[in-house]
Design a protein around this ligand. Structure first.
Ligand code: F6P
Length: 552
């Protein structure tokens, strides 16, 4: 048994869970008209309704007791004040400093980080304005029309998700595209649309060594040279965002267009740094600043609000309740907001790369579940795909619903239909449909008794399935910043409860190492002793690749 599962706070929740076994949310709502106001909280433009969880006041009290017994408040202070929380990489975790809007210094090893952060932000801002106003042009003097960000993981998902989310704020005359996959079709299909004379490439890589990014970057450079650019022009058409200035320079990028950041910014937390350059190019630096201001507002809320009214703490602890006490091994995030269509993909890295761990901070195996499998799609699309399972499948999958009161586009009737659907799904998950209700509906529809008896079991919805709903006025940069920071801190809260390091990602290493060996095997045909399945696949692929080569 671990310290966590042996603790009295955990034990109290185990006992409470047993007492809650037959409690229904329907019943809780029926018995308590004050349930909604008591189980909602609001901050930074985000309104959280968590009343559709299988919780009572006692549950919340016990969850907060668990949070306190894990010293969450102390850890929270450690995050904001730059302690070396990422102990396996011996790094501080300070992405919050990037959006610090206060005049408080942020100290690391006796040095205030804020002047350097501001200096990079100023360089970014000048660069963005100069691109927008055509002061910086391509080598032939034409203003840039297309920007291609080449990066992967945190160097892609955050900026891409935000650029998509803020499309209504897009500056005219500049289009930002993203290439991440080493599958050449991603780059090929993108290059197809581009004119090298007015295209700017941003090579975004914290390490500037990531195989996929460097392969795409080199191919993009070859394309640029093949299409008429010269070596001397490279520095005018390629810029870098990286902590590895030497490698960026070796690639041919000039020091004035290398935008640096620091090892205390984790990849999946990096969109607030110069990694946000493609965002700023998409919407302008003022909007980017608003995004940061929203995140800062959430940081302030997280560090100062009491746990009971603290949005990230509530979301985090409700997740703990579902995952660890009701065995929810998956978790769906469903934005009823098409502009947020990449949010689930972004959150997959944030949540699963951070907390998909099996050993605790001391390296001991954990005896409790950690990060769930996160997935999602925009509503209403997913109502027509995986919602069947959410309603009637055997897995308990909590859902986060996200909805804006105001849409960015006209066609008001669409928005009302969209919201009605989101509200309906959350209600249906909670209420379900009993056998009696199903029977009454079939009878009311005049269904012949024999058919009704046959259909009846299929029409029953168990209900009592948990969800959170996050409402906001409109998806503007400030609100989006607050929303992202909310999820960042939620992940942090859960990592603290589970006593894991949420800031490393050793689990991605093995595949990278094996891929290097297998690349050699694929190109040389010399097998380096894999299992028979992998070796057999290499052989099979090599034969077809050779046949395709000789045909072509
Ligand atoms: O493979 C995982 C990872 O290290 C992520 O954590 C990171 O965001 C991504 O690769 C990209 O890394 P880089 O920015 O160094 O290219």
């Amino acid at each position: 048994m671990s310290r966590l599962t042996e603790s009295s706070a955990w034990h109290d929740l185990v006992c409470h869970r047993q007492r809650m076994a037959n409690v229904t949310m329907r019943g809780l709502f029926a018995d308590d008209p004050g349930r909604f106001p008591r189980h909602t909280a609001e901050a930074c433009g985000l309104f959280l309704d968590y009343s559709k969880n299988r919780v009572t006041d006692e549950t919340l009290g016990l969850l907060m007791a668990l949070a306190r017994s894990c010293n969450l408040e102390l850890w929270r202070e450690g995050l904001i004040s730059g302690r070396r929380l990422n102990q396996t990489e011996n790094r501080a975790v300070l992405h919050t400093a990037l959006r610090n809007r206060s005049d408080r210094p942020v100290m690391l090893d006796g040095v205030n980080l804020m002047p350097e952060i501001h200096s990079v932000a100023r360089r970014m801002s000048r660069f963005v304005d100069d691109i927008h106003f055509g002061v910086i042009t391509g080598a032939t003097g034409r203003p840039f029309k297309d920007v291609v960000n080449i990066g992967i993981g945190g160097s892609d998902l955050g900026p891409l998700m935000v650029s998509e989310a803020l499309r209504p704020y897009q500056t005219p005359n500049l289009r930002v595209r993203y290439v991440s996959n080493v599958d050449a079709s991603h780059l090929y299909e993108t290059l197809d649309w581009l004119d090298p004379e007015n295209t700017l490439f941003i090579i975004t890589s914290k390490t500037f060594t990531t195989q996929e990014t460097m392969t795409n970057a080199k191919t993009a450079r070859d394309w640029f040279l093949r299409e008429g650019g010269s070596e001397a022009d490279i520095a005018r058409h390629f810029v870098a965002v990286s902590t590895n200035e030497a490698a960026a320079r070796a690639f041919g990028i000039g020091p004035e267009t290398i935008f640096n950041f620091w090892d205390w910014v984790g990849g999946r937390f990096s969109l607030w740094s110069a990694v946000g350059l493609p965002i700023a190019l998409t919407v302008g630096m003022d909007r980017f600043d608003e995004l940061l201001a929203g995140a800062f507002a959430m940081d302030e809320h997280f560090r100062s609000a009491p746990l009971e009214a603290n949005l990230p703490v509530l979301l985090g602890m409700l997740g703990i309740w579902s995952i660890n006490f009701w065995d929810a091994s998956a978790y769906a995030v469903v934005p009823y907001d098409q502009y947020l269509h990449r949010l689930p993909a972004y959150l997959q890295q944030l949540d699963m790369e951070s907390n998909g761990k099996s050993v605790d901070r001391e390296g001991l195996p954990v005896d409790y579940a950690t990060a769930p499998v996160l997935f999602g799609e925009p509503g209403t699309n997913c109502q027509h795909s995986f919602f069947q399972l959410l309603h009637q499948g055997r897995h308990l999958i909590p859902v986060d619903f996200l909805m804006a009161a105001e849409s960015h586009v006209p066609f008001k009737a669409h928005h009302q239909i969209l919201l009605a659907n989101g509200l309906a799904q959350a209600e249906a998950l909670m209420r379900g449909r009993t056998l009696d209700e199903a029977a009454a509906e079939l009878a009311a529809a005049g269904t012949p008794p024999e058919l009704a008896a046959q259909l009846l079991p299929h029409k029953v919805f168990e209900g009592n399935r948990p969800s959170n709903t996050l409402l906001y006025r409109k998806l503007d940069p400030f609100t989006l910043g607050a929303l992202i920071a909310l999820y960042e801190h939620k992940v942090f809260v859960q990592g603290i409860i589970w006593n894991i390091n949420s800031f490393d990602q050793w689990g991605v290493e093995l595949g990278k190492t094996l891929a290097r060996t297998l690349l050699q095997d694929l190109t040389t045909g010399v097998s380096t002793g894999q299992d028979s399945s992998t070796a057999g696949q290499v052989r099979w692929l090599r034969e077809r690749m050779a046949a395709a080569d000789s045909d072509g």
